[in-house]
Every structure is written in C-alpha cells, then in structure tokens.
Design a protein around this ligand. Structure first.
Ligand SMILES: [Zn+2]
Length: 247
C-alpha cells in the first residue's frame, strides 16, 4: 500500500465521520418509526373504543326496552285473566275486588309505559350520535392507513439510503490507513460517535476547550493529523463565515 499523505488522511477521516453521522442518524430514525406508527394506532383504537362503548350503551337500552315490553305483556295477560273471572262473579265484594285488581294492573302498565318512553328517548339520542362517531372512526382509520403507508415508504427509503452509506463506508475503509481507523474507532466509541470535529476560532467543537496556538496553526495548515489534547478528537479547520458569526 502506498503511503497516504496526512492531508488525504484527514479528508478521508472527515468523510468517514460524515458517513458515520448519516448511519447513526438513519439508525435512530429507523428505530423511531415503529413507535410513531404505534402511537397513531393508539389514537385510532381510542376512537374505536368510543364507538364500541356507544354501541354497547345502545344495546343495553334496547335490552332494557325489551324487558319493559315483556313486563307490560305479562301485566296485560294478567289483566285479561282477571277480566275472564268477571262473568262468573257472584257477589259485589268479589266484583269490586276484581275491578280493583284490574285498576292496579292498569296503573302498573301506565308506569311501565312511561318508563319505556323515557328509555326510547334516550335510545333515540344515542342512536343519533352513532353516524358522527362512525364517520370520525372511518376518517381516523383512513388517516392512519395513509400515515402507516407514508411511514412504511419512509422506512424503505431510509433502509436503502443506509445501505448506500454502509457500502460507501466499506469502500472508504479499504483506502484508509488501519492505524488511523483504529484511533478513529476508539475516539468515536468514547465520544458518542464523534471522532472528527472542526476547530472554530481556536475552540475544539468536540469538547469546547481552547486549543494551544501551535496546534491551531498545524490544524489550519492541514498538513498533519492533529488531535485535541483534551477529548482526542481529530481536528480540522473550518472557516467561520461573517454571516454565521454572532454579533
Ligand atoms: Zn476537544
């Protein structure tokens, strides 16, 4: 292998760092996507639960109505039975007793019918609300499916981009000096993935410490590999533009 100039090595390191930043960012974003989809699905499930609860409430009211109706039916049967006894009555006392029984049943039936009307009113209100809730659910479902498809496409695109970055990295690794790579990996590992940072106005952008003037000169020259004495990051010079300088 031909010996590589320090200048080229530095350029390779800068490129390696850029690729590793992209790879890390893509991995982070890829890891977030399933949770993002889950969160949206939970929103949809919450809306579906509102619909299920409303439908259950309607079912309960319908059951209640049926129960009242069957009670009315049995009271009416009771009344019909009481009425059949009337022709056979022999005394006034008996007659009065049966009429009182029939009146009692009538009162009971009226009470039940009032109760049924109340239930029917509530039922009608609840049923009126259903189409709105259903529409809400359907719309949320459509939005969720769109979101899921969008995120799925994003995931695929990111995976493809990630593959490209990984392939580029492998190719770069073949050209880069092994010793330099090992130093890079070591610093990156202990420094949250950051091994190559810029030097801005004598400040290391890895640890934000002041760099010695002689090192600053060497970094600016760019003819040698320089590392920060504090955080060991590889340093390269980055000209701060006038516009970017805070006033
Ligand atoms: Zn530093």
């Amino acid at each position: 292998m031909m010996s590589i100039s320090p200048k080229l090595q530095l350029q390779q390191l800068i490129l390696l760092q850029k690729l590793d930043d992209e790879i890390a960012e893509h991995n982070n974003l890829l890891a977030e996507i399933p949770a993002q989809i889950d969160a949206r699905q939970e929103e949809l499930e919450a809306k579906k639960k509102v619909l299920t609860a409303a439908q259950a409430e309607i079912k309960a009211l319908q059951d209640k109505r049926k129960a009242i109706e069957s009670e009315v039916q049995s009271e009416n049967d009771h009344m019909a039975k009481a009425k059949t006894k009337l022709p056979a009555v022999k005394t006034n006392k008996e007659y009065t007793a049966i009429l009182a029984e029939i009146d009692g049943i009538k009162v009971k039936v009226e009470g039940l019918e009032d109760k049924e009307l109340e239930v029917m009113e509530v039922l009608e209100e609840k049923q009126k609300a259903i189409p709105g809730i259903e529409k809400d659910c359907k719309e949320e479902d459509t939005r969720f499916q769109e979101y899921k498809a969008k995120k799925g496409a994003e995931l695929e695109r990111m995976k493809q981009e990630l593959d490209v970055f990984i392939a580029k990295r492998e190719k770069l690794m073949e050209q880069i000096d092994n010793v330099v790579v090992q130093r890079y990996e070591k610093v990156a590992k202990s420094h949250n993935g950051k091994a190559v940072v810029s030097l801005q106005e004598s400040i290391c952008q890895g640890c934000f410490q002041q760099i010695l003037p002689q090192v600053v000169i060497n970094v600016k020259l760019g003819e040698s590999i320089q590392q920060c004495a504090n955080c060991l990051c590889f340093l390269y010079f980055e000209e701060v533009s006038e516009a970017a300088t805070p006033k």
